[in-house]
Design a protein around this ligand. Structure first.
Ligand SMILES: Nc1ncnc2c1ncn2[C@@H]1O[C@H](COP(=O)(O)OP(=O)(O)OP(=O)(O)O)[C@@H](O)[C@H]1O
Length: 242
């Protein structure tokens, strides 16, 4: 996905929130958006996800299925978690029943599936938002401050969920003002300041480590390492180089 000279403001006379942003997020890559409060991180995520339309500039190659997890799930709705997720699945043409159960078990909220959204804790509501974004495997997953509202147990699962999206060839964009970026240690880093975005340097002084895996597992291993932000320097067939 490519952003070229993207500008955005919240009103015709409002100051620019994003100023001339150029970014490239290839399939199978993860980027973490960092920056101080009010810098424009959420705005950038919403523009990338397609929720906000830029005033100027172009966005190309956005995947067809975008999973969007807002910083705060809008829980003020008269449905239970299960009914809400079923509706969301139906909108995408899925039954969803089995996937909803599977995700609820994985994220430890099976006991809350039949509780009204408005009665859920913030952490449980965030889980519903996460499942909603993952019910159809997204080509682009956008997570706004995923570490903020989730309980410790679920926070630990975020890197694994990111890796699964990447394994399927999807890309992931995550905002982080808590400095939790260490959980995705070598992801691309985009620093937002006053609406301008700069891509962070890759760490200096690197070492190359060779790892051998079964040929059939190679694509998944490459995807998983990329998801964690490692650079894949090369892939070769061991038999061919003997
Ligand atoms: N709906 C809105 N209408 C008008 N201005 C907005 C709106 N949403 C955000 N802003 C303004 O745009 C600027 C960037 O906000 P944004 O939420 O993108 O920053 P952020 O980096 O995500 O901040 P935080 O880390 O506090 O969530 C801020 O000055 C904010 O007040």
């Amino acid at each position: 996905m490519l952003l070229q000279d993207v500008w955005f403001r919240y009103g015709r006379k409002a100051p620019w929130t994003l100023r001339g942003v150029d970014l490239h997020l290839p399939p199978g890559e993860v980027a973490v958006v960092e920056g101080p409060n009010g810098a424009g991180k959420s705005t950038l995520l919403q523009v990338v996800a397609g929720i906000l339309r830029p005033d100027c500039g172009t966005i190309s190659d956005r995947p067809a299925v975008v999973g969007w997890v807002p910083e705060r799930f809008p829980a003020d709705q008269p449905f239970t978690a299960r009914t809400h997720l079923r509706h969301m699945a139906a909108i995408r043409g899925l039954d969803g029943t089995a996937d909803i159960e599977r995700w609820a078990r994985r994220l430890h909220f099976a006991n809350f599936l039949d509780v009204r959204l408005s009665r859920l804790s913030k952490g449980s509501a965030q889980k519903v938002g996460l499942v909603q974004a993952l019910l159809t495997p997204p080509g682009l997953l956008v997570l706004d401050e995923p570490w903020e509202g989730l309980d410790a147990q679920t926070r630990e699962q975020v890197p694994g969920i990111v890796a699964e999206v990447v394994e399927r060839g999807g890309s992931v964009l995550v905002s982080d003002h808590l400095g939790e970026v260490a959980r995705l240690p070598h992801a691309r880093r985009w620093h937002v300041r006053d609406g301008e975005v700069a891509e962070g340097e890759r760490p200096a002084g690197r070492q190359v480590i060779e790892v051998a895996v079964a040929s059939a597992d190679a694509p998944a291993a490459v995807a998983r390492l990329r998801a964690e932000g490692f650079d894949i320097v090369g892939v070769r067939d061991e038999a061919a180089t003997r």
